[in-house]
Design a protein around this ligand. Structure first.
Ligand code: ADP
Length: 427
């Protein structure tokens, strides 16, 4: 740039020198100086015109030849343009690659702007949701109208995905997972989970059918074994008959729990909901459990705190009764004789809580996350005597989930455990 600038200065000096020499000899000094300046200005304007024409042509050819500052300006603009073109080509290649990748994806991708309007989608999303080019800029809720999707979309809590029947083909099941990015834009990943859904349905139906079919023969076996045990006169048969009776009862308990669980899985949540007086329900659970706790000389207490008027919570009474009862029975079952089991109920502005604590053996931390899995037991040998089915906490978890509540388990080995149910109060 400096070189061009000094050439330009030299050019001005030469023009001024020539003008002044001619002006000096022709006695029209000022006129020739003016002509020299005007000539320089005209030359400048001509260079500007060349630049403008070259820019307007928008061609990739080389810039016009020029010397001095103009030559440098032409060259610099030319290099800038070349760099920009290379960057643009790079960006276009990246965009093309992303488009190819998104087209190859089996999962649907939908990008929404900050208002939740359709911005971009890949071919899989077009197939699954029937989105067309003319739908660009429309709200996504116009295309996925299911009430569950609308509330999932508007609530903004996208930690868990949502599963729904496909809005286009009701026999298909889709999973929607939303992620927010950039300036409140959202990305929806749509996955076809029909196969998984059907497998899960098959599993649920299988468990429900098998449990149902086993119930009647087992009742018959139970009845005969009981009669045989009552009328047995052969002492050597006493032990086998008692064991048969015990195992048949265990199987009945197991089948009952399996049926309860499959009913919880297969029926729509919100079924049979009515206002329930939670304190009253806990009092009933406590009085039912007292027989068990007295047998083990345990102290069983119920404390309801901070309640000015009884709390009426809309829920399924049978389900909640079974959940609280499972927690209290477990506490009594796993706490040794003379132990203490406390049931507490309290509320704050947004939640109400039911806690069942005991001073039993406690549970090691590594087992806590798995306790609510079906048939998960901390120590099968230790539990075999308690007559449990391994399904109690799975039932509790399902019941709480159906009431939008959460189960939190804390425990310390040697000190005891607390099972806390956190319910949301209606707004
Ligand atoms: P189970 O029918 O075996 O009681 P649950 O699903 O109710 O099945 O409980 C799962 C496991 O959690 C139990 O086998 C037991 O090991 C452990 N557990 C549950 N409640 C308690 C408790 N209050 N104290 C110690 N361990 C417990």
């Amino acid at each position: 740039m400096l070189k061009g600038f000094s050439t330009e200065l030299q050019r001005i000096l030469v023009i001024l020198a020539i003008s002044s020499v001619i002006g000096f000899f022709s006695d029209h000094y000022s006129l020739w100086m003016l002509i020299g300046c005007a000539g320089y200005i005209v030359w400048m304007l001509w260079q500007m015109r060349r630049l403008n024409q070259w820019l307007l042509r928008q061609e990739t050819d080389h810039p016009p030849e020029a010397s001095g500052i103009w030559g440098q300006i032409f060259d610099n603009i030319y290099y800038l343009q070349r760099n920009q073109r290379a960057e643009k080509d790079n960006l276009q290649a990246v965009i093309k690659r992303i488009q190819e990748i998104s087209s190859a994806l089996k999962d649907g991708l939908v990008i929404l702007d900050a208002r939740g309007h359709l911005d971009f989608w890949n071919p899989a999303a077009h197939r699954m949701l029937a989105l067309n080019t003319k739908d660009q800029g429309q709200s996504v809720i116009n295309f996925i109208r299911h009430p569950k999707f609308v509330s999932y979309f508007e609530e903004g809590n996208y930690e868990e995905p949502l599963e729904l029947p496909s809005p286009r083909f009701p026999s298909k099941h889709l999973q929607f997972q939303i992620t927010t990015f950039g300036k409140r834009e959202r990305l929806i990943v749509v996955r076809d989970v029909t196969q998984l859904h059907n497998l899960e349905k098959m599993r649920q139906d299988f468990v429900a059918n098998v449990s149902h079919e086993l119930r009647t023969p087992l009742t018959v076996i139970n009845g005969y074994v009981e009669t045989l045990a009552d009328n047995n006169t052969t002492p050597s048969w006493n032990k086998p008959l008692q064991q048969m009776l015990q195992q048949a009862k265990r199987m009945s308990l197991l089948i009952n729990d399996l049926l309860v669980l499959s009913k919880l899985e297969t029926t729509e949540a919100g079924h049979n909901h009515k206002p329930i007086n939670i304190e009253l329900l806990l009092t009933v659970v406590k009085s039912e459990a007292e027989v068990l706790s007295k047998d083990k000389a345990q102290e069983l207490t119920l404390a309801c705190e901070n309640t000015t008027k009884p709390l009426l919570f809309s829920g399924n009474e049978k389900e909640l009764h079974s959940a609280f009862s499972n927690l209290v029975t477990n506490a009594i079952k796993y706490t040794p004789d003379n132990g203490v089991v406390n049931v507490r109920f309290w509320q704050d502005q947004k939640h109400f809580y039911v806690a069942v604590s005991d001073n039993g053996p406690g549970i090691e931390a590594q087992h806590l996350p798995r306790l609510t899995e079906r048939f998960y037991r901390v120590d099968a040998s230790r539990n075999s005597g308690t007559g449990g089915t391994g399904l109690g906490l799975a039932i509790v978890k399902h019941v709480l989930m159906r009431h939008d509540a959460e189960l939190k388990i804390t425990s310390e080995v040697g000190k005891g455990s607390t099972f806390l149910c956190v319910f949301q109060l209606p707004h």
